[in-house]
Design a binder for this molecule. Structure first.
Ligand code: ASP
Ligand code: MG
Length: 833
């Protein structure tokens, strides 16, 4: 393998020679001495010249501003000053162990100066204004000294440049502006004296036109980095921070947020405006002007490639790059018939807002011009309403304008991406996602740049809306959050089948089945992201006590588009939850017969809930993995009518009667079947016929008949006397089954008939289950082993019934039936099979 093959897939392209690489470290990357040491390893990229722009140590700017405030207010600032000095001296002792850089002395002097400045402020000195201007910048000065020492100082080729020597700024219309000519000249002079080597630079600080020390404003060191990248004519700029890069959404709200490989300046600007944690647009301006790519990387995870922000972004899988949310907003709406076709309405409204200093986040006006609305900050909303009302006072008095309506508690969700330009279906996807999450949209705006679609929604819907929108764009449409209940034999087999299939699904990328919860009758284990199906049962051992409501709420996670519960419990109590789950939009798949054959009102509640809620599938309840219910469904859906069902619905009874020919006692066969695991632990559960009756009820109901279990005539093979005895006594007296069965067998034979245990639903709706004597041609006499056999007689299949036949019992085939149902649901959600 060549070395190129060995590089990580998204590694930043390595340029032949990087002329000058500017790195910037934020305060969180520089919280203590160990971090200063750690980051020095990150510059080794062969750049001819490295420039390192540092912020203050974490929290230091805040601490300095607090000192400033305290000193001005005449409060005792000395303890805080002392603590700050202590923190820096400790870091200095670690980074300059042998005192080679004289760090302790220098810092000591600078802290003494700070102390004098604070005292001067407290004493109301004439210098106060200048001191207040420069004081917050001390943190960067100290930080640059610590960084230079960590890098080995001048001896190792690292100069230190205090940005106040060269960077000249003045207040501009949109914030602090750079005097490029003056700054260039001063930097050139500094270079002439100090050479062209590596340099550590103070972020945040600068000088003004009068030569006084000042700062660039809070969080200004990103701006410093971009300015110096420009001044130094750098060809690389890396902003080191504490996250892997720019994320598609706020990870605190969207657990599935992904890190973006690349984005354009325009995208970054849009997202930054909407509050995402990206570089501030103003910060990027100096880099943007030169087309200089900016890379955001994580100091704590330098192996991650980070996010590249450049003139154009790489094509991405989703047309939307990021989603952001701004809350604490309100909608102002001006409406009235008098606005229609009247020019200047918008001008009047926004001029009024502008004069009042109310800033407008979003504007929307329908083409009818009957109303115009805008979104403003909540704390400015009342004021905004007043000034707009005043501006239209006359029209309101005349009744031409209805007035101004204020809707509080609004948030704006924005989807941003260059890929949206000229792409159809983007807004459809967004709105479908929001609709599915039942989020009502109050107002919509899309700029003609098509790079941003914004929707105003109720603040209480904000998180749900963000998650729904995120899954609409980033997740496969068939992403299912799955919970499995009751891992008995079938549940175990299902987990195995899932474990086997998941890697294939992941590779194909069409279907994302996420097992996120598992439960047995006592415990449950809930996982934030996913459980490994192979390890899920073991994870139950340290699970929490079972609470099915919490279980369902967890499975129905807001950040995932679909939820599904698989009930392999066989419990009637669990089935009682289905109506509520389905109504909440959770799909339910089960081999548990209780819902399908239990009380009719509950069955009807389930059916009703599926009309607007989740899908209910239970194929495995009748023939395990055989396509019984789906066959019946497709007959009915295509307009056929069911007249009769007849068949062998128990694998256990099939095996017993297929073997029975009067030579071996029936009781012996029951013992053998029990030994082979073909029966329930207590064989009476099979021999009683109840299980078969349940399956018949399920089929009848599927065909639209209102049948209940107590309406089925059931012939039990267990003699009265053995029904209530203990299991041991039952086995001891098993031979009591033999005589009656032998008699029936012989009488059937005498007429040339066979003996089978059959279920029947006839055309008049009569349902019966029991031993019967079919004629020689009957299909049940030609089935084998544990085969189930279901014959549907319908209007179309009147003479010759449609037959479904095959092995109808066993955990593996039953689990496959369950799995098939899961996939069938996924398919309706958009997964390609
Ligand atoms: N230390 C300054 C601040 O916290 C500048 C920066 O970190 O970007 O605002
Ligand atoms: Mg900071």
């Amino acid at each position: 393998m060549s070395s190129a093959d060995a590089s990580p897939p998204h590694a930043p392209p390595v340029r032949a020679v990087v002329r000058c690489h500017v790195h910037k470290f934020g305060g969180s990357s520089l919280a203590n001495a160990a971090l200063y040491q750690a980051v020095t390893a990150l510059f080794d990229d062969g750049a001819r010249q490295s420039a390192v722009v540092v912020s203050a140590m974490q929290g230091v700017t805040d601490a300095l501003i607090a000192l400033l405030t305290a000193a001005r207010a005449g409060q005792d600032w000395a303890p805080a000053w002392h603590g700050l000095q202590q923190r820096h001296l400790e870091a200095a002792d670690r980074l300059d162990e042998h005192g080679r850089h004289g760090l302790r002395e220098t810092l000591g002097h600078e802290f003494a100066t700070l102390r004098d400045e604070l005292a001067a402020l407290a004493g109301g000195s004439a210098e106060s204004e200048a001191i207040a201007l420069r004081l917050p910048g001390w943190g960067e000065v100290w930080s640059s000294r610590l960084m230079q020492a960590a890098l080995g100082g001048e001896a190792a080729g690292w100069q230190r440049l205090d940005a106040r020597e060269v960077l000249v700024v003045h207040p501009g219309e949109l914030g602090v502006a750079v005097d490029w000519d003056a700054s260039h000249a001063r930097l050139a002079a500094w270079r002439a004296q100090h050479g062209n080597g590596h340099v550590v630079l103070t972020g945040f600080v600068a000088r003004d036109a009068q030569g006084r020390a000042t700062t660039l404003g809070r969080n200004g060191s990103d701006y410093s980095a971009a300015i110096f990248a420009h001044l130094l004519d750098a060809d690389a700029l890396t902003i080191w921070t504490d996250v892997d890069g720019v994320l598609s959404a706020d990870p605190r709200l969207v657990p599935d947020a992904v890190c973006l490989d690349s984005m354009s300046y325009a995208e970054a600007c849009e997202l930054a405006y909407f509050g995402a944690k990206v570089l501030h647009p103003q910060t990027m301006a100096p880099a943007m002007q030169r087309g200089l790519p900016i890379r955001i990387r994580n100091t704590l995870n330098p192996a991650a490639p980070g996010t590249l922000i450049a003139a154009t972004s790489q094509p991405a899988p989703s047309p939307v790059k990021g989603l952001s949310l701004v809350d604490r907003l309100a909608v102002l709406e001006l409406s009235g018939a008098g606005l229609i076709g009247v020019p200047g309405t918008a001008e009047r409204m926004f001029a009024a807002l502008h004069r009042a200093g109310v800033s407008v986040t979003m504007i929307s006006q329908g083409s009818s011009e009957h109303s115009i609305c805008c979104v403003v900050r909540a704390d400015q909303a009342q004021r905004g309403r007043e000034v707009v009302e005043a501006a239209f006072a006359e029209a309101i008095a005349d009744g031409q304008v209805e007035g101004v309506r204020l809707t509080p508690d609004i948030a704006v969700l924005a989807a941003v991406g260059d890929g949206m330009v000229g792409t159809h279906g983007v807004s459809a996807r967004l709105f479908a996602g929001l609709a599915q999450a039942r989020v009502n949209i109050r107002a919509i705006a899309q700029g003609a740049s098509e790079r941003n679609i914004s929707v105003a929604i109720a603040a209480s819907d904000a998180t749900r809306a963000l998650r729904a929108a995120h899954s609409a764009f980033w997740l496969s449409p068939a992403t299912l959050s799955i919970g499995v209940i009751g891992p008995g034999q079938v549940g175990r087999a299902l987990l195995q089948q899932l474990a086997q299939a998941l890697p294939r699904f992941a590779e194909e990328g069409r279907l994302d089945l996420r097992l996120r919860a598992i439960a047995n009758s006592r415990h449950m284990q809930l996982a934030g992201k996913r459980l490994d199906p192979d390890a899920a049962i073991a994870a139950l051992a340290d699970g929490e006590p079972l609470d099915l409501d919490r279980f369902a709420a967890h499975v129905r996670a807001e950040h995932l588009p679909h939820a599904l519960i698989v009930d392999c419990s066989g419990s009637d109590a669990v089935a009682a939850h289905y109506p509520a789950w389905l109504a909440a939009g959770i799909h339910v798949v089960t081999p548990n017969k209780h819902a399908g054959s239990g009380p009719l009102p509950r069955y009807q509640a389930i059916r009703a809930a599926t009309r607007h809620g989740g899908t209910f599938r239970y194929e495995a309840t009748v023939g395990a993995g055989l396509p019984v219910i789906q066959t019946l469904r497709s007959l009915l859906d295509t307009g056929d009518e069911l007249t009769e069902v007849e068949g062998v619905l128990s694998g256990t009874l099939a095996w017993l009667f297929n073997r029975y020919d009067g030579t071996v006692a029936f009781s012996e066969l029951v013992r053998e079947a029990h030994r082979l695991g073909y029966t329930e632990p207590d064989p009476r559960d099979d021999l009683s016929g109840t299980d078969v009756a349940r399956k018949l009820v399920i089929l009848a109901r599927e065909a639209g008949r209102e049948l209940s279990l107590d309406e089925v005539a059931v012939e039990s093979l267990v003699p009265e006397a053995l029904r209530d005895v203990s299991k041991d006594e039952f086995f001891a007296r098993l031979h009591e089954l033999d005589a009656p069965l032998l008699a029936r067998y012989q009488s059937a034979r005498a007429q040339g008939l066979g003996l089978r245990y059959l279920a029947r639903l006839d055309r008049d709706g009569r349902a019966s289950v029991g031993a019967a004597s079919p004629a020689a041609g009957h299909a049940s006499l030609h089935s084998r082993l544990t085969d189930n056999l279901i014959q549907f007689r319908t209007r179309r299949y009147a003479d010759n019934p449609l037959v479904v036949q095959g092995p109808g019992a066993g955990p593996d085939v039953t689990a496959a039936g369950v799995f098939g149902d899961i996939l069938a649901i996924a398919q309706t959600l958009g997964a390609r099979a």
